[in-house]
Design a binder for this molecule. Structure first.
Ligand SMILES: [Zn+2]
Length: 92
């Protein structure tokens, strides 16, 4: 009985340490999950007629600058699950 408990703890601890954050992409959104928050972030739309999924382009001229496409300019949503420790940051 005691050896089963030890084996179970040995199997659970590495999984908890590795799974600090997970990110999934679906459509034009990216879902990031950590123990502290769930975040839904916009990504460029693959079917965008202007940037064709690149998210932006470089302007031309003597001083080229990057411009962000309109399809990527949406609000990011974050749901806090627990307060952050003073010494830690959200891993995404
Ligand atoms: Zn676009």
């Amino acid at each position: 009985m005691r050896s089963r408990t030890v084996l179970l703890l040995a199997a659970v601890v590495p999984v908890g340490a590795v799974a600090a954050a997970v990110a999934l992409k679906a459509g034009s959104w990216q879902l990031s999950v950590s123990r502290y928050a769930i975040r839904l972030s916009p990504t460029p739309r693959r079917t965008c007629p202007d940037c064709k999924g690149e998210g932006g382009w470089w302007s031309e001229g003597p001083y080229p600058d990057g411009e962000m496409c309109w399809c990527w300019d949406r609000t990011q949503h974050t749901l806090r699950l627990r307060p952050l420790p003073a010494y830690d940051e959200i891993p995404f």
